[in-house]
Design a binder for this molecule. Structure first.
Ligand code: NAP
Length: 247
């Protein structure tokens, strides 16, 4: 019987767990445990870090895993690196499921930056009323920006330090363009800051920014390890089906 570990924390990971369970496989989804109320997932779920690549290697052996899918968020680069190291050590097949990045469209005013530090420097230059959607763990990079007001939108309360002048909006996608337009207007937002997470559920903020001519600071994805990568759940299912059977 094949046993698949899905490194999750994304909508795609939950979708994949459901598809592999429906295919009759034993599936364990792993979550970092950052969000207080994780959305439910099919199959088994374990929560918390493994303790680094060596500990993950040990865990894979201990639990008799036969394949691993790294379906973590495009910016979760540490766990992706650990998965590559551990799968190499155990000679296990590893597939990366990664949603494509967002594409610029006519009318967009994007400023692509390499990292959060460059994003903060760009906010200093361009923004006075900023919608900050980089995720609760990444707000500290903007703490020293004193000339701007921030509307910080996150799923759960952000970790300090926070910028002095801010308001917190706890919310979780999917969002609609209509609601995003209303948000931009209500708060007189002149700059949107986002990571290039990709996906449909949070893309309406980009459409709204396009319609309002609002500038966007887009943080580029980190480079991940060199592993076979696909963009859809169906492609992962096909790859797992094609693996030699363990029984
Ligand atoms: P990260 O920097 O790559 O990981 C930091 C540490 O958290 C890892 O070294 C590992 O701890 C643990 N970890 C991360 N993902 C894990 C998982 N799926 N299962 C078990 N342990 C995990 O990741 P991050 O950026 O903090 O993101 C944490 C989780 O949130 C990820 O699962 C990701 O899919 C999800 N997420 C992240 C973002 C984002 O913007 N970064 C957005 C949405 C969702 P050990 O070293 O102890 O094993």
């Amino acid at each position: 019987m094949s046993r698949v570990l899905i490194l999750g924390g994304t909508a795609e990971a939950r979708e994949l767990a459901a598809a592999l369970v429906a295919d009759g496989l034993e599936v364990t989804s792993s979550l970092a445990g950052r969000v207080a109320q994780a959305l439910p997932s099919e199959g088994e779920v374990r929560i918390g870090g493994f303790g680094g690549p060596d500990a993950l290697t040990w865990w894979l052996a201990e639990h008799g895993m036969t394949a691993v899918v790294d379906a973590t968020h495009p910016f979760a680069h540490r766990i992706s690196a650990a998965a590559a190291t551990a799968c190499r050590a155990r000679a296990l097949p590893l597939t990366r499921l990664e949603r494509p990045g967002w594409k610029e469209a006519p009318g967009d005013r994007w400023h692509r930056v390499a990292d959060l530090a460059e994003a903060a420097a760009t906010v200093e230059r361009l923004g006075r009323r900023v919608l900050l959607t980089t995720g609760r763990q990444d707000i500290g990079a903007f703490a020293a920006v004193s000339d701007a007001w921030f509307l910080i939108r996150a799923i759960s309360l952000p970790d300090p330090p926070l910028p002095i002048d801010h308001e917190i909006l706890l919310d979780r996608g999917p969002y609609t363009c209509e609601a995003e337009l209303e948000l931009l207007d209500r708060h007189r937002i002149d700059l949107l800051v986002t990571k290039d997470s990709g996906g449909d559920s949070t893309a309406p903020k980009l459409q709204a920014a396009r319609e309002r001519g609002t500038a966007v600071v887009m943080v580029t994805r980190p480079t991940g390890p060199d592993v076979p990568t696909v963009a859809s759940v169906a492609e992962v299912v096909e790859r797992i089906r094609a693996l030699p059977s363990e029984d």
